[in-house]
Design a protein around this ligand. Structure first.
Ligand SMILES: [Zn+2]
Length: 49
């Protein structure tokens, strides 16, 4: 299981081939450590730091 790149937590679930969901931050992230915010309509917006 992947650790969340945002909070480092393990409350993550697999949602795609290389895509994961953190139920702590309510974000999705992939194996390239890109983090996506989940919009109200279900679409994803990439978070940049
Ligand atoms: Zn997290």
């Amino acid at each position: 299981m992947e650790n969340c790149p945002l909070c480092g937590g393990k409350q993550t679930g697999k949602v795609g081939n290389d895509q994961f969901f953190c139920s702590n931050c309510f974000v999705e992230f992939n194996t390239q450590n890109k983090i996506f915010e989940i919009n109200e309509d279900g679409t994803l917006t990439e978070l940049t730091f």
